[in-house]
Design a protein around this ligand. Structure first.
Ligand SMILES: [Zn+2]
Length: 87
């Protein structure tokens, strides 16, 4: 199965680390870091904070490349979670 893009953080994820609904079923819109038991893990997270987090992942933790981080940041406003908040 090919990874899907989390509709909150923009990172690719597979079914093993998919988010969970309140009834324990899988939620394939979000990864487990963003969405657990039917709600967002970090309720107060803003789009700006997420951008900083992604840059830190690239620059400090080297989890992704800076290029990847910038690519993700570009698509963030189109993701489900942030589309709603920008209206
Ligand atoms: Zn996520």
């Amino acid at each position: 199965m090919k990874p899907v893009i989390c509709q909150s953080c923009g990172l690719p994820f597979t079914i093993e680390i998919s988010g969970t609904n309140r009834d324990g079923s899988k939620n394939m819109d979000y990864c487990i870091n963003c969405f657990k038991n039917g709600e967002f893990v970090d309720h107060s997270l803003s789009l700006h904070e997420l951008e900083i987090k992604l840059l830190e992942m690239a620059e400090i933790h080297n989890e992704i490349s800076l290029e990847e981080a910038q690519q993700i940041i570009r698509i963030l406003p189109d993701l489900k979670r942030w589309k709603m908040s920008s209206i």
